[in-house]
Design a protein around this ligand. Sequence first.
Ligand SMILES: *[C@@H]1O[C@H](CO)[C@@H](O)[C@H](O)[C@H]1NC(C)=O
Ligand SMILES: *[C@@H]1O[C@H](CO)[C@@H](O)[C@H](O)[C@H]1NC(C)=O
Ligand SMILES: *[C@@H]1O[C@H](CO)[C@@H](O)[C@H](O)[C@H]1NC(C)=O
Length: 162
Amino acid sequence: MEVLRRWVFLLMVVVGECREPVLHRVGGGKYTWLPGSNYTEWASHERFYVGDWLYFGFDIHKYSVYEVTQTNFGSCMAEDFITNITRGGRDVFNLTDARPYYFIDGRGYCSKGMKLAITAVNAPLDDQETPKTSHDSSSSKPYLHQLLTLLFAITLASFFLQ
Ligand SMILES: *[C@@H]1O[C@H](CO)[C@@H](O)[C@H](O)[C@H]1NC(C)=O
Ligand SMILES: *[C@@H]1O[C@H](CO)[C@@H](O)[C@H](O)[C@H]1NC(C)=O
Ligand SMILES: *[C@@H]1O[C@H](CO)[C@@H](O)[C@H](O)[C@H]1NC(C)=O
């Protein structure tokens, strides 16, 4: 039992250190960039980290997506956009910086709720200044632990897959 506990702890440490970028489906589904949604509500349940991606799924014939300034977000003005994210209607956007981002539809539906404001923050463990406690010897051998964790994950998986 103790061994299992330690493995689970190591797994959590390693997963935390190697956080994979997350793809956030705006609105929660495959085609949920639509009028009448409340993206403030949706965003309040997500955490956006630098390196994560946004996915906008929508009908290319009706809607579009632009990154705009905060001012243009407020007034639903797409003309002076920062980035035209519109491509084929299954479009992704990389959150490359720790800052606020503003997105709107440019075809008249911004005022009907097609607007999204989010803030991307640095992932917690990008923060190299986090002091390691002295008894935390695991930090000195990250590759060994990654390897061991991988082996553990494989072992665990093989139990469940039997
Ligand atoms: C959207 O949801 C937010 C947070 O839940 C709420 O404060 C806001 O009033 C809602 N907006 C609309 C237009 O319903
Ligand atoms: C996009 O994000 C990934 C992490 O998800 C990052 O490694 C990559 O450099 C970014 N790509 C671009 C083109 O900015
Ligand atoms: C944005 O990109 C889409 C698809 O490439 C294009 O149809 C549209 O005209 C562009 N919008 C502007 C304002 O350039």
